[in-house]
Design a protein around this ligand. Structure first.
Ligand code: NAD
Length: 398
């Protein structure tokens, strides 16, 4: 069938297998070219491995460091005329390239929060030996607890209604968005349950008990801080509480790993990029569009794969102590948060309206990145060609 993008708000309900495979190849080429590390990890587990930061980290682990990788994802295969999700195609394409390169690669499709998936991961890892690196890159809207209770995370401010500018990405219309604060404290607790560090530490405990943590192992979970203009909805909102919990978990895990395995645990604060998760947060697409313009002009622009390359080559595997901030966090958002970058973004934020949008923001790059997440708009891919949605993204790109 001919597969076209079907966009509903901030979601695209279709994905293109050949386009997704081509995008995976683009990231692989960057990892091979710039991401080489000699003393990197040999076996890597990535939880949330099919999209965004998790996918890029898996690609860097395999094609930059030559690691065996186990990925965990929650994706949907194709059914009849319905395409699979982009993450499904991405992982299929990744696995094929990894095997071609002689690298062990396996992906578990299921709920990372569940005990069953943890057990499956342990069983699989017995084939390749203990892990040197565990990356926790889940972005999940809900978590099913062991007793079957479903807990939902919310993106809400705390205390006051948040008002700010936002862009409707499809039309370029600028509106004021109003987000009501939480109505009950349990909304904070629930968001912490889903996006905080508890499940990360359950993974580490399960691997430790199974004897699958290598001496000197590292674990990293991803976080975001961002600019003041998003503080009420992000850093000081419900999700910020979850990220604070993730950071506290890193400290606890660091002690555990240091004592038992001479290991380390970090939170890495990454930069804002276009992913399925970030596009769902009001205000963020407009901020990212302005940020892109500023960072591109300063020669500082990066996507997920460039961040993953820097994580490996400039932070984790340099042979030197890992550079961290005063709260022991790795800062890959260092360029985004540079005072000159933030000042330039703030000045443009004040000015941005529908008339100035094209001049002050790079909405075209935002839109192109968004479409690319689903395998659309990629050079060299014939979108008029008939493709089998069940093909699994392993077709050779043109
Ligand atoms: P994403 O939406 O691109 O990917 C999320 C991944 O999680 C996918 O692989 C998905 O399959 C997997 N997943 C979701 N629920 C799952 C479940 N129950 N079981 C197994 N897998 C599941 O997300 P992203 O934007 O790359 O975010 C990953 C992490 O990076 C998050 O912690 C996020 O806060 C952080 N981060 C994101 C940004 C950004 O701008 N996007 C910036 C800094 C930090």
């Amino acid at each position: 069938m001919i597969i076209e993008p079907k966009i509903r708000g901030f979601i695209c309900t279709t994905a293109h297998p050949v386009g997704c495979a081509a995008e995976v190849d683009r990231e692989i080429a960057i990892a091979r070219d710039r991401g080489r590390v000699d003393d990197g990890p040999r076996t890597v587990l990535v939880i949330g491995s099919s999209m965004g930061y998790g996918l890029a980290t898996r690609i860097e682990a395999a094609f930059g460091a030559g690691a065996a990788t186990l990925g965990v994802q929650y994706e949907r295969p194709a059914a009849g005329k319905r395409t699979a999700t982009a993450g499904w195609y991405n992982s299929a394409a990744f696995e094929r390239r990894a095997r071609e390169a002689g690298l062990w690669a396996h992906t578990i499709n299921g709920d990372a929060f569940s005990q069953e998936v943890k057990q499956e991961a342990i069983d699989r890892l017995r084939e390749v030996g203990p892990v040197d690196l565990v990356v926790y890159s889940l972005a999940a809207p809900r978590r099913t607890m062991p007793d079957g209770r479903v807990v939902k995370s919310v993106l809400k401010p705390i205390g006051e209604t948040y008002r700010n500018k936002t862009v409707l990405v499809e039309t370029g219309q600028i509106e004021t968005v109003e987000i009501e604060p939480i109505s009950e404290p349990s909304e904070i607790d629930d968001t912490v349950t889903v996006m905080g560090g508890e499940d990360w530490s359950w993974w580490i405990e399960a691997l430790d008990e199974a004897g699958l943590l290598a001496t000197g192992c590292t674990t990293v979970a991803y976080s975001y801080i961002g600019p003041e203009l998003t503080f009420p909805i992000y850093r000081h909102g419900t999700i910020g509480h979850a990220k604070a919990h993730l950071e506290a978990t890193a400290h606890a895990l660091d002690q555990r790993l240091a004592t038992r395995h001479q290991g380390r645990a970090f939170v890495s604060v990454n930069k804002a990029v276009v992913t399925q998760s970030s596009s769902a947060i009001p205000v963020v697409p407009l901020y990212i569009s302005i940020l892109f313009r500023v960072m591109q002009e300063m020669g500082l622009h990066e996507g997920c794969i460039e961040q993953a390359v820097r994580l490996f080559t400039d932070r984790l595997y340099t042979g030197q102590p890992v550079p961290v901030d005063e709260e022991q966090r790795i800062r890959l958002d260092d360029w985004e948060m540079r005072p000159d970058v933030q000042q330039a973004v703030n000045a443009l934020w004040e000015r941005v309206d529908e008339a100035s949008l094209e001049e002050v923001a790079d909405l075209d790059t935002y839109r192109a990145d968004f479409l690319r997440l689903f395998g659309f708009g990629i050079e060299g891919v014939d979108y008029q060609a008939d493709v089998d949605p069940n093909f699994g993204g392993v077709e050779e790109p043109a």
